[in-house]
Write a protein that binds this ligand. Structure first.
Ligand code: PLP
Length: 405
């Protein structure tokens, strides 16, 4: 089973360019993925064929825009195995999805209640709960990780209590690549009656996600890390939980009846989607999902595993390079530091050679402190990367090491 990576790459026009005379090697996929032609075409088709506002027009363009927009919701529902399309709430991205949940829970938490997160949290999944806890005088508990970047499952279990109202954790860590056993963790949290929120920003693009099978209550993700556009994302919520979830924003589209004195709210999903939505974004995101779903997902996973294996092997053989994060279950993220040099300088020298990586704290400052590093350089792989590109990365790193010595 193998992936025709060459044919895949041809569907991504952006990858064919050179940077300062070097072929572009794009290894910043955990920050955002590139978009295949099918996604660009779907967005262009919307604007050239049926741009209109949705749900309100009494005309042909609006009907067609509404049809494509609501069909996009069906694609998402099908892709993540939602129970119904009403469980799919359009957001601007993972961050907004998590904020919708945090805003709601903050209204229900009582003093002394507990919210649990992990040490590997992205700021979007940490600061949000911090704020919710501060507002309601609840207690934020942080589950530790092991030095290799894997979650301490025993500690997770021990820290759950009868007061745990909500557990939030990433499906996959963006900084380390650690894959969390979310199904098992969700089951433990559910035994205590806690709500379970999964930050799926990284998890969504590396295999099939089945929200029913995971057993969580919310799963949030972004279009742009799944080969779709920026500014669009999805919050999936279990129907029974979403049903009376506090409204988040108010305005057009989310109401049932409005008078000067008071208003009542409409039904899901619109109740949680005030205002004109990102119509083109939703259509583009669904095009990305349709495109991704047609791939042989097992072949994709095995290709990404190969990329990570090659990168890890070369990293281990590289004198003066330290891998940050080596949990047994990882997706294609290689975070590292090179002795005696700052990650930002490494990133700069790589960029001169056409190689795009990310450096810094990866929106996880407390995690960097926990690991005792100022930040890392991070190469993150996607299905269109090649083993040759991994080799280019290490050739460039050798140069960087020499220049910075
Ligand atoms: C990218 C990312 C987020 C935030 O996603 P946005 O698209 O910026 O809203 C949250 N958590 C993780 C793990 C991420 O990788």
């Amino acid at each position: 089973m193998s992936l025709d990576v060459r044919a895949l790459r041809e569907q991504f026009p952006i990858l064919a360019q050179e940077i300062d005379g070097n072929p572009l090697v794009y290894l910043d996929n955990a920050a955002t993925t590139q978009k295949p032609q099918a996604v660009l075409d779907a967005i262009m088709a919307f604007y050239t064929q049926c741009n209109a506002n949705v749900h309100r027009g009494a005309h042909a363009l609006s009907d067609e825009a509404t049809r494509r927009y609501e069909k996009a919701r069906d694609s998402v529902a099908h892709f993540i195995h939602a129970n119904s399309r009403e469980e799919v709430i359009w957001t601007s991205g993972t961050t907004e999805g998590l904020n919708i949940v945090a805003n709601g829970i903050a209204q229900r938490l009582q003093e002394g209640d507990e919210v649990m997160v992990t040490q590997m949290e992205h700021h979007a999944d940490l600061v949000t709960w911090q704020q919710a806890c501060t507002r309601s005088r609840a207690i934020l508990k942080v589950v530790p990780i092991h030095d290799n970047g894997a979650l301490d499952i025993q500690a997770f279990e021990d820290m759950l209590s009868g007061r745990t109202r909500l557990v939030a954790l990433p499906h996959v860590s963006n900084a380390l690549g650690t894959v969390n056993p979310i199904k098992k963790l969700a089951a433990l949290a559910k035994q205590k009656g806690a709500l379970v929120v999964i930050d799926g920003a990284q998890g969504i693009a590396h295999g099939g996600v089945d929200v029913q099978d995971i057993g969580c209550d919310f799963y949030a993700f972004s279009g742009h890390k799944l080969f779709g556009p920026t500014g669009i994302g999805v919050l999936w919520g279990r129907g029974s939980v979403l049903e009376d979830w506090p409204v988040w924003q108010t305005g057009g589209e989310m109401i049932a009846r409005v008078s000067y004195e008071a208003s009542t709210w409409g039904a899901l999903p619109n109740r949680l989607e005030a205002g004109t939505p990102n119509i083109a974004g939703a259509i583009g995101m669904a095009a990305a999902i349709d495109w991704f779903s047609k791939l042989d997902l097992e072949a994709v996973q095995s290709h990404e595993k190969q990329l990570l294996a090659s990168a890890t092997e070369q990293a281990m053989a590289f004198d003066g390079l330290k891998i940050i994060g080596s949990a047994p279950d990882k997706i294609g993220v290689l975070s590292f530091i090179i002795d005696g040099s700052h990650p930002a300088d490494v990133g700069f020298i790589l960029d001169r050679q056409g190689i795009a990586i990310r450096t810094g704290d990866h929106c996880a400052q407390p995690l960097m402190r926990r690991l005792g590093v100022p930040g890392t350089a991070r190469a993150s792989f996607s299905l269109y990367n090649t083993l040759d590109e991994v080799d280019s990365l290490f050739r460039a790193l050798k140069k960087a090491q020499m220049m910075l010595a």
